[in-house]
Design a protein around this ligand. Structure first.
Ligand SMILES: Cc1cc2nc3c(=O)[nH]c(=O)nc-3n(C[C@H](O)[C@H](O)[C@H](O)COP(=O)(O)OP(=O)(O)OC[C@H]3O[C@@H](n4cnc5c(N)ncnc54)[C@H](O)[C@@H]3O)c2cc1C
Length: 479
């Protein structure tokens, strides 16, 4: 990047927060996937006004801008496809107000999710969206990906909590939407357009988030099943029984074994599936009664064992296995393609069976776990990026998983977004008219295509070799 431009950018923020040296920008070149490409420059503003000024300069110079929170994304969303500026929001990490009377919190985009959750809990309130990455991920990243998590089954995803947003548009103008209000039928709900837009429509700098009362009671149980099909039937039976659990998570046999190798927690290696069940609320007895009923459903479908945690420490132990999944998978193979499909709850047994069959067909380990109560499953295809034959089989397996989910009435992503990894399948999932309408919205808000180019929309190169085009951590492109 030209020295005069770098100087101009250094004048917009504290100059120590503008990086253009290779040794500095390398840490802005990756996300939670196996992709990597360096930006031309990384800049960390401290205010909405600084973001606006940077975007104005980039827009004048026609330089791509990629918003970045913690880069924990699992879709390639922060990888600079064609160079440009990484706009790192991490310095904007202030919780501006916890407004108990209006049951909301006002936070800058760079606030880490867990910090916000802990802060509102001290005020007796709760911010329910709980991505497993909450120790790293930021509120801006959560809004931009419409993040979910185990608790979202009962409480809803990030979208359901956003009541106000400050967004810097591609022009550099500052748009303020919504407010401390929970009902709003005034005009188009523009705010919702930015939720889940993955940095392609505007830069989120501040959010007003609705809160919920902090549940006083939590009761947790784990049920193990000799048959995966019985566990998936239990999911749809529980969801159809009039109970809305706080959490209904599934781990298949491969996942159980990988986690057991990692944790040595005494998980039943012979089980084909495990369900983690939780209910919360204002009353321990009511929550317990729901968990007992869910346990009964599991037993009636052949669960080998159902254990209800007797204390908070036991509950934490039950959760430890679920929380360890991502780290544990890294022990099997060096790389993973973490999918995020959603299917109707009744289609879970068929979807899981199909993933097993796909794993056999392409001789790849594909553990399945996820938010089964939402029909949101994470088949993780494990592989070695250096093995080109394996990479091709991974592409075929991912394609078959996407197409099965779509055929069963589901979709590509429940919470991670599209990024680069699923873009070639967008039309199959949404239909060409929906993609055309989305392109018109993108053109209206970002006519020069400078906000996170290359993300979400199909490139036109087709689905064959869709991994082969991606820049990788090894610096080499597979395929
Ligand atoms: C171990 C692990 C577990 C995970 N578990 C979950 C889970 O349970 N649920 C879940 O939903 N996700 C999960 N994720 C994925 C990821 O953490 C989420 O997508 C999260 O919301 C990303 O937040 P971030 O701050 O890291 O965003 P980033 O990764 O930095 O960015 C993600 C996308 O949002 C855009 N973006 C970021 N900030 C802004 C902003 N301020 N304005 C506009 N666009 C912006 C980026 O350009 C990019 O497209 C997990 C990831 C890991 C590594």
């Amino acid at each position: 990047m030209e020295a005069t431009l770098v100087r101009e950018l250094r004048d917009t923020v504290d100059p120590g927060y503008v990086h253009d040296q290779p040794s500095e920008i390398i840490s802005y070149s990756y996300d939670g996937t196996f992709q990597q490409r360096r930006p031309d420059l990384a800049i960390s503003p401290a205010s909405t006004e600084e973001v606006a000024r940077i975007v104005q300069i980039a827009s004048r110079e026609r330089i791509p801008i990629i918003a970045r929170g913690a880069s924990s994304g699992l879709a390639g969303g922060t990888i600079p496809e064609s160079g440009g500026i990484i706009l790192n929001l991490a310095r904007m990490d202030r919780i501006l107000e916890i407004d108990a009377a209006n049951v909301c919190v006002v936070a800058q985009a760079g606030v880490v999710t867990l910090k916000l959750q802990q802060a509102v809990e001290k005020a007796g309130l709760c911010y329910p969206p709980d991505p497993a990455s909450s120790r790293q991920s930021t509120i801006g990243g959560n809004v931009a990906t419409n993040a979910g998590g185990p608790r979202c089954l009962k409480y809803g995803v990030t979208r359901d909590y956003v009541i106000g947003l400050t967004v810097v548009l591609a022009s550099g103008e500052i748009l303020r939407l919504g407010g401390k209000i929970t009902k709003n039928a005034t005009g188009y709900q523009l705010m919702q357009l930015f939720v889940g837009s993955e940095g392609t429509l505007g830069i989120v700098t501040e959010a007003i988030l609705k809160l919920a009362p902090l549940p006083r009671a939590r009761v947790t149980a784990v049920a193990t099943f000799p048959r995966l099909s019985a566990a998936s039937q239990a999911v749809s039976r529980i969801m159809g029984s009039g109970i809305l659990p706080a959490t209904l998570e599934l781990m298949d046999g491969t996942t159980i074994n990988v986690v057991e190798d990692f944790l040595h927690a005494g998980l039943p290696r012979e089980a084909e599936a495990l369900l983690l069940l939780e209910q919360d609320g204002g009353d321990e007895a009511v929550a317990r009664a729901d968990v007992e009923r869910m346990a009964e459903v599991c037993r009636s479908l052949g669960a080998a064992e159902v254990t209800i945690a007797a204390s908070a420490a036991e509950r934490d132990q039950l959760w430890a296995a679920r929380r360890a999944v991502s780290a544990a998978l890294g022990r099997l193979r060096p790389n993973k393609l973490g999918e995020d499909i959603v299917v109707p709850k009744t289609a879970i047994p068929e979807m899981i069976e199909a993933v097993r069959e796909i794993a056999n067909r392409y001789t790849l380990p594909i553990p399945v776990f996820g938010h089964a109560g939402d029909g949101n499953l994470h088949p993780n295809i494990l592989f070695d990026l250096r093995d080109l034959d394996e990479v091709r089989r991974v592409e075929s397996a991912a394609r078959d998983i996407f197409r099965t989910a779509i055929r069963l009435g589901g979709t590509l992503s429940g919470e991670h977004g599209i990024g680069t990894l699923k873009r070639e399948f967008l039309e199959e999932a949404q239909g060409s008219l929906a993609v055309q309408v989305s392109r018109s919205i993108k053109r209206a808000l970002d006519p020069e295509g400078l906000l996170n180019p290359g993300k979400v929309f199909p490139t036109g190169r087709g689905t064959d070799g869709f991994l082969a085009d991606l820049p990788t951590l090894a610096g080499a492109t597979p395929g």
